[in-house]
Design a protein around this ligand. Structure first.
Ligand code: ADP
Ligand code: MG
Length: 397
């Protein structure tokens, strides 16, 4: 689901070929660049590069040699580097701006697909959920998002509980560190090793989901395949090369720029997390659709299992997130899990509406008030939220 927080941009197309960016937040410095001189530095993820990702994605999609210049002021209310996808909000915002400024038209689906791909220019090998929901969200509705082809199906969460976001106040920039991409690479290698063991052409295969699609089997079968083929001990580079019958050099070509030095890969744990998480997602939707009497408890169980799997199998949690999850569970939440990439940032809790006020007070006291920095740095660290709407253009000149 989309949050109610967003990134706003005030934009004027210009006759110059310059992109001129400013930001209401003084931390993000002014920036100018000629449209034919766009360079995105993967080693230094400055804010303007996220904007340029969106710009470049659209420029390339339409093959625009002389796209129009723009003057643009950005104002954002999504806590950055906190797992709420402020980066994707900015990339999507820039993509939409570029389409409108150049007098082009794209569907929300097309925009979502382009923006999911072009965030890769900054170096993070993300999927497409964040960009998809940024465009496809509808107020009051969560969405089940699926790919190949991109689809978004309405999911109405049962009445009686709300989602509450709590920020651990530990920031983690995904493009400045390798954690995020290491997991993507582990999944990529797991997909290849599993595919080879199943006698498929593994060279072009990149995703565990694509492997399942190619095998045409359900998630249960994928989970037992993981048990049969992979072992829990980490795989060394040498073992990966042996399994795939490739050289160290060929392994380097599979890995992203910032994961070249990784020495070992936990293929079993990562694949198990991915397939079990996918199963939980489908189960979550089924419970929402059928709404049995104990629906909230069932949804809560799935969310709690999800956090445990993120923590122990995908290892993308951190002590602050685990502590905050525990505090939320002790403060009346039915469930709590980290959200976004992890390693810091936010958690999301499912809280019964009749316990909401008491929950907010308790969490404030136990997690935030004991640490002045936590409240001072984030004015919006703890809030209840409803599914918000997607990207919109307010006025077109
Ligand atoms: P997130 O979990 O929020 O997506 P990322 O680490 O992927 O975290 O991206 C955070 C980066 O996005 C910030 O460091 C900043 O460069 C950019 N960003 C987020 N919000 C804004 C904003 N309002 N204005 C400018 N840049 C922003
Ligand atoms: Mg991000």
């Amino acid at each position: 689901m989309a949050l109610e927080q967003d990134i706003l941009a005030a934009v004027t197309p210009t006759q110059t070929n310059i992109i001129q960016l400013a930001n209401t937040n003084p931390l993000y410095l002014d920036y100018n660049v000629h449209i034919n001189n766009i360079h995105i530095d993967k080693t230094k993820p400055l804010w303007q590069y996220y904007f340029l990702c969106g710009f470049k994605g659209i420029q390339e999609h339409f093959n625009l040699p002389v796209s129009t210049g723009i003057n643009c002021m950005i104002d954002g209310a999504i806590p950055a580097s906190s797992g709420l996808s402020s980066s994707s909000a900015l990339v999507c915002c820039a993509g939409l701006i570029t389409v409108i400024a150049n007098g082009k038209v794209l569907s929300k689906m097309e925009l979502a697909e382009i923006c999911a791909r072009c965030e890769h220019y900054i170096g993070t090998e993300g999927g497409g959920m964040d960009q998809s929901i940024s465009f496809l969200a509808e107020k009051g509705m969560a969405k089940l998002i699926e790919f190949n082809p991109l689809r978004a199906t309405n999911v109405k969460v049962p009445n009686g509980a709300v989602f509450v976001i709590a920020n651990s106040c530990k920031e983690m920039n995904k493009a400045a560190t390798a954690h995020f991409n290491i997991r993507v690479m582990e999944c990529r290698i797991a997909a290849k090793v599993l595919a080879k063991a199943k006698g498929l052409e593994w060279e072009k295969l990149l995703k565990l989901g694509d492997l399942q699609q190619e095998l045409g089997v359900d998630l249960e079968t994928m989970l037992s395949t993981v048990e049969q083929v992979l072992h829990p001990e980490p795989y060394s580079r040498m073992e990966v090369c042996q399994c795939l019958g490739i050289s160290q050099k060929e392994l380097s070509n599979i890995l992203s720029q910032n994961t070249q030095d990784v020495a070992s890969f936990k293929l079993y744990q990562r694949a198990k997390h991915v397939y079990s998480e996918a199963r939980r997602v489908l189960e979550f939707k089924r419970v929402c659709d059928e709404t049995p009497a104990n629906a909230l408890q069932l949804l809560g169980d799935l969310m709690n299992q999800s956090h445990i799997s993120c923590r122990d199998m995908y290892e993308c949690s951190c002590p602050e997130l685990d502590q905050l999850v525990d505090i939320c569970l002790q403060s009346g939440a039915i469930a709590s899990r980290l959200t976004g990439a992890g390693w810091g940032g936010c958690i999301v809790s499912l809280v019964p509406i009749n316990k909401l006020d008491c929950f907010l007070v308790k969490v404030q006291e136990v997690y935030y008030k004991v640490n002045g920095q936590r409240t001072a740095k984030h004015t919006q660290a703890l809030f209840a939220t409803q599914p918000g709407g997607g990207a919109a253009v307010f006025h077109e000149v």
